[in-house]
Design a protein around this ligand. Structure first.
Ligand SMILES: *Cc1c(COP(=O)(O)O)cnc(C)c1O
Length: 387
């Protein structure tokens, strides 16, 4: 068996129907949406329709959707943009220790500008405590940024409750929902969320395009100044093919949601059970209930994840240790560390992220290979059990 892709939290296949929808905007319809001639108007119409479609699917107003270059930009924009609006006044932000680096590193940056940031701890499943959140709030807290679903272990945050707390205290609430959009039905109108970050390539769309939902009446300083696109808040010629593709991808995700998510959840649980029952000394990391359907983070004691990843890759099984972004740096996962995993369990952790395209045959093949390789690697590491 070849090319088993279990890294859907890193990126997804661009759906062929999405590619098909995008193609005309590279060729016949290559106009700039800001041009007033017919070519421009066609492109503008495509952008407008995509915005309306996304707003319809998220139950919000088209004017609340701002196109960005993806998740990283959305996260940067909310945090830096909020701070840039109060450079003299300064103030306090609350986030968590397990955010994506697009949030964490941006928070570190604004700390250097003189802003205070609280990084809420998480429990052993990756969950935050609302008591901690309430306690962390200060009179000068102006932003709470907590991810919807963690990209390494899949743990879901209690978004509704956080939104309520933020709303009651008059604080803006941002959620990095990059891993959640497409998997859950969203009703932005009733959510209490101020800002929501999404990225197309995590839900079957192309890379380099995303959107930021910004609640009507919210103020956010732009990061991009120029031609005044996106209601003058995000300048730059629109990525027309990307925008069209993203709307199509969200439409596809929405239409088949229940069936796909059930398939993925079932497959993931089957995979988890096989590994936990058949490989000695392994553990599942994260929250088995309050979790994204397709994510499975497992630690195998006595092995180095990087060695297992190489073996699996050679067997055609593609997955990650922790997140794709941090695996290149071979830094131990900040998420698993925050969850309190000891070094021995940290070292052997692998993230499998499944999609509706994966099959039971693939999972069975992977489980057999993992059993074989873990045993082999442990043999090369005598005394591993005593660690
Ligand atoms: C992938 C990811 C991002 C970054 O999105 P890009 O579009 O790749 O910049 C941000 N946050 C989370 C949770 C992610 O999984």
């Amino acid at each position: 068996m070849e090319n088993i892709y279990f890294d859907h939290a890193a990126t997804t296949l661009t759906d062929p129907l999405v590619v098909e929808a995008m193609l005309p905007y590279f060729t016949e319809e290559y106009g700039n949406p800001s041009s007033l001639h017919e070519r421009g108007l066609h492109a503008k119409k495509a952008v407008t329709e995509a915005r309306m479609k996304i707003a319809e699917l998220l139950h919000c107003k088209p004017t609340e959707i701002f196109f960005t270059s993806g998740g990283t930009e959305g996260d940067n924009w909310v945090i830096k943009g909020s701070c840039f609006g109060r450079l003299k006044k300064k103030g306090h932000i609350i986030t968590t220790a397990i955010e994506h680096h697009a949030v964490l590193h941006t928070c570190r940056f604004v700390e250097q500008l003189g802003f205070d940031v609280t990084y809420l701890p998480v429990d052993e499943k990756g969950g935050i405590s609302l008591v901690d959140l309430n306690r962390a709030i200060r009179p000068d807290t102006f932003l709470i940024s907590i991810m919807y679903a963690n990209n390494e272990v899949g743990t879901l945050a209690p978004i509704g409750e956080i939104a309520e707390i933020a709303h009651k205290r008059g604080i803006a609430f941002h959620t990095d929902a990059v891993q959640a959009i497409g998997h859950f039905e969203e009703r932005m109108d009733a959510s209490g969320i101020t800002f929501l970050t999404a990225s197309a390539h995590k839900f079957g769309g192309p890379k380099g395009i995303g959107f930021l939902y910004m609640k009507e009446g919210t103020v956010l300083t732009p990061l991009m100044h120029g031609g005044a696109q996106e209601q003058q808040l995000r300048s730059g010629t629109e990525n027309v093919p990307g925008i069209v593709g993203m709307a199509k991808a969200l439409e596809i995700a929405d239409a088949g949601r229940e069936e796909r998510e059930n398939h993925v959840r079932e497959l993931r649980d089957y995979f988890a059970n096989r590994l936990l029952n058949e490989v000695p000394r392994c553990q599942r990391n994260g929250d088995a209930e309050e979790c994204l359907p397709g994510i499975l983070n497992v630690s195998f004691l006595g092995i180095q994840a990087s060695s297992l990843l190489v073996f699996l890759d050679m067997a055609g099984i593609h997955c990650s240790g922790g997140s794709a972004c941090s695996s290149a740096s071979s830094e131990p996962s900040h998420v698993l560390k925050a969850m309190g995993l000891s070094q021995a369990w940290l070292e052997g952790s692998i993230r499998f992220t499944l999609s509706w395209q994966n099959t039971r045959e693939q999972v069975d093949y992977a489980a057999e290979k993992i059993k074989e390789y873990v045993e082999k690697l442990r043999k090369q590491n005598p005394g591993w059990e005593r660690r």
